[in-house]
Design a protein around this ligand. Sequence first.
Ligand SMILES: [Fe+2]
Ligand SMILES: [Fe+2]
Length: 171
Amino acid sequence: MEATSGTDTRGILSEANAAKREEIVEMLQRAYWMEIETVMSYLANSVNPDGVRAQEIKESLEQDITEELGHAKLFAQRIKELYGIVPGSEDFSAEQSYLQPPDEQVDIVHVIRGVIEAETGAIEHYTKIVEATDGVDPVTNDMVIAILHDEQGHRRLFEGFLREYEALGLA
Ligand SMILES: [Fe+2]
Ligand SMILES: [Fe+2]
């Protein structure tokens, strides 16, 4: 048999790994949409809340918008590198029912819980990507581990906010 080492050395980009690559691209496309929806939700929730207590949360979310958009860009770039296509807006379908504006804009606990749920969803999905890419696609693996780290930080921060509200009897 003639050696096919020319393609074999391409790792996840090789023809032999086409099926695995498609699986990873699909997971990355979902991750991309999760980040885009998070940008929308955090943008709205960094503006809508009223009250003295809301200020810290709004500022924190405003910073996160940039970080989540950065994640979306990373996912988009990696989709392309894996020969996938970054989906168009018509493919988008919203999932973050828990991050819709509350009835009362002073209901900051609603926002905090919503953020924790969004971050938890991201952590769950990104953990699956880390598992799926382990040993087969070290670049995606490495990238998603770093993003996962960011999301764990976000969740921990908002868990701290929730703890404060619980201690005050407000949650
Ligand atoms: Fe993110
Ligand atoms: Fe996040």
